[in-house]
Design a protein. Sequence first.
Length: 309
Amino acid sequence: MTQWWQSGTIYQVYPRSFQDSDGDGVGDLKGIEARLDHLVALGVDAVWISPIFPSPMADFGYDVADYTGIDPRFGTLADFDDLLAAAHARGLKLLLDFVPNHSSSEHPWFQASRSGRDDPKRDWYIWRDPAPGGGPPNNWQSFFGGSAWEYDDATGQYYLHLFLKEQPDLNWRNPDVQAAMLDAMRFWFDRGVDGFRIDVLWLAIKHADFPDNPPNPDWREGMQDIDRLLPTHSADQPEITRVVTAMRALADDYDARVLIGEIYLPFDRLVTYYGPDGGGVHLPFNFELLQTPWTAQAIAKLITDYEAA
């Protein structure tokens, strides 16, 4: 049976700048609700809302301090329920932005984790001893520049952050982390959310031994610093399949839910996120469409290459 997402149009809303309903200068959930008829008139099938969870906003909401709450800037859970009901009444699906790779450094989980090496949540994040010379544990780089490791004076170890230091990476090799994050997804599915766009999904699992990443032989001056190294050990590890299939199994407990994975990978790796026998994400992002010349021949080749993978 054909599902809505196979041919539907999804409209992204960044809530802070979309529509302010109360005059405080910040867009909010009531503002989105007020514009639903406009979105219907555009002919879209679904609305994807960028993060609305409580956040210090170090990275525009992608630093989540509570995975099952609503940031007061945007409203309340009751406001969210009203928005969801209003969207469904108009035949619109509603998708949330889920950020599983990292939390905010202000999340209670991380506050507990950094409180001491013996804390039960220590292993919820990725902590390593300094290198023999006292520096970072390896050469991994942050997407936002510099080392991906931040030293913690209080406990004498480094924690991993592939993005900002305010965004410590969660340890998805820890079954307790997996269970807690699946519970967060379940919370929103139970409220009626139609699916998730899953942020930086291909980064969630790292090599268990944390070896250095190798140099990129194709790097040239003018390219980004992050591209100096190949992310051989810091991304797209084989064990990610278990994470993806667990998320899909949860989604399949509900009717007509969709998982959309943000994944920057070559086609031969990207398609593996569909999962064994199609049991992974429903839609992995194909970012090659952004780079391909806007000609029929180029797009036809891209589609052919993608389907061949």
